[in-house]
Design a protein around this ligand. Structure first.
Ligand SMILES: Cc1cc2nc3c(=O)[nH]c(=O)nc-3n(C[C@H](O)[C@H](O)[C@H](O)COP(=O)(O)OP(=O)(O)OC[C@H]3O[C@@H](n4cnc5c(N)ncnc54)[C@H](O)[C@@H]3O)c2cc1C
Length: 374
């Protein structure tokens, strides 16, 4: 654990987010899953409490927090409800790319509103998400404008987000990223996915029909799109590790609290070795996932490569969190299998992260490639 190395500012934020989660997120966890939406004005409360601007530079009204504080915030919110963590993850990873690759004009125009307008990154198309060179969306240069057409699906915050960075083909075997706004002519929202988990986070489609943008909307250089998409994935995977740690903390708390009050005849569940083993396994997986995502965040903060650690956090964390949910369910047994307890939705939520931000199969390929290159 790197928690004991937090600066006073990181520690203060950590406490503030834990308090916010306890009051504004955790009590609504079940309702968020059942309604498929953030309840009781939670989204507005996230804005009012400065969560959207957490990573933004101060000149744009943000709090300029670092990658460790950002990941810890996602972890703390996801302990209350994973969808809340994932919605902010989608926003932060997109802002990271605008801050890193956007030119001065587009940064000025869009970073100013990023503490109250949500952002999203769109890569996947109906033809598939794992192999981005197979996309069909296009940007064609006409004079000093770009004309964008295409269809993006399964976008985290799709329908909720107001600003999108999209990956398109800008030439034969050339890929570029552009920033588009929901208020542009030719932009429309399509289908929202009926996913089995992370029900509070909208994941949906964006349709682009002859959207016209200026050169300023090109994010990074022409032809740099795949690099930016990879970078967005790396940034997201750190935060996915944080979401998964939050899910495992939640499963551990429920299973542990239950074991402490339940008896098997006269024997407390806490005295049964089979129960102890499950609790210990959840605790080990939670702690290991946390160590890896924190290590990736520290490397990011120090300007060191972090692709591999971020991929490990998501790959190890996602299967571990599904297993942690399953172990917790077994501790509660019949009650664990009931929709009246949150465990079944923790499993559904965790399962999404074996797919989103790159499947675990692709993660393992990337990790192995990095190892072979050593
Ligand atoms: C909750 C959620 C949120 C999401 N949010 C976003 C988002 O914000 N933005 C966005 O752009 N997309 C998003 N996605 C889409 C996600 O990125 C894709 O689902 C994912 O990349 C896989 O693409 P696919 O579903 O088309 O599967 P496919 O690419 O069709 O893959 C099918 C299967 O084949 C395997 N496979 C395919 N190609 C390879 C390969 N080269 N090597 C090894 N195995 C391979 C895959 O691992 C998988 O098992 C989200 C998805 C989910 C579930």
């Amino acid at each position: 654990m790197f928690d004991n190395t937090f600066t006073p500012e990181q520690q203060m934020l950590h406490q503030m987010v834990k308090d916010f989660t306890a009051k504004e997120v955790a009590p609504f966890d079940m309702a968020i899953d059942q309604k498929g939406d953030f309840t009781d004005g939670l989204f507005q409360k996230l804005i009012d409490n400065g969560f959207l601007g957490l990573t933004l530079p101060e000149e744009y009204g943000g709090a300029a927090f670092d990658p460790i504080a950002t990941a810890t915030t996602i972890n703390d919110l996801a302990y209350g409800n994973a969808s809340v963590g994932v919605t902010l993850e989608g926003h932060y990873k997109t802002l990271d790319q605008l801050m890193k690759y956007g030119n001065e004009n587009i940064q000025k125009e869009y970073l100013d509103s990023a503490n109250h307008r949500i952002f999203a990154f769109s890569n996947t198309e109906p033809s598939g998400g794992s192999n981005p060179t197979g996309i069909s969306s296009t940007a064609v240069k006409e004079g000093n404008k770009w004309i964008i057409n295409g269809d993006k699906v399964m976008i985290t915050n799709g329908g909720l987000a107001e600003v999108y960075i999209i990956l398109v083909k800008s030439g034969e075997n050339e890929f570029s990223c552009f920033l588009i706004d929901k208020d542009m002519p030719g932009f429309s929202f399509g289908k929202r996915e009926d996913f089995i988990g992370l029900r509070g986070t909208p994941v949906g489609e964006v349709v682009m029909n002859n959207i016209e943008v200026s050169e300023d909307h090109l994010i990074g250089k022409r032809g740099q799109g795949l690099e930016i998409a990879d970078q967005a994935h790396d940034d997201a995977r750190i935060l996915m590790g944080a979401v998964l740690t939050g899910i495992m903390e939640h499963a551990l708390k429920i299973a542990s609290d239950y074991a402490k009050q339940r008896k098997a005849l006269d024997t407390p569940l806490t005295d049964l070795q089979v129960i102890q083993e499950k609790i210990a396994n959840i605790a080990i997986s939670k702690e290991l996932t946390k160590l890896v995502y924190q290590q990736a965040a520290i490397r990011k903060q120090n300007g060191q490569p972090y692709m591999e650690e971020a991929a490990m956090a998501k790959t190890f964390g996602s299967r571990s969190a599904v297993k942690a949910g399953d172990d917790a369910l077994q501790v509660l047994a019949g009650y664990g299998y009931s929709r009246e307890y949150p465990i079944e939705h923790l499993i559904r939520d965790a399962r999404a992260l074996e797919i989103a931000e790159g499947t675990v199969e692709k993660m393992r390929t990337a990790i192995a490639k990095a190892e072979f290159e050593k």
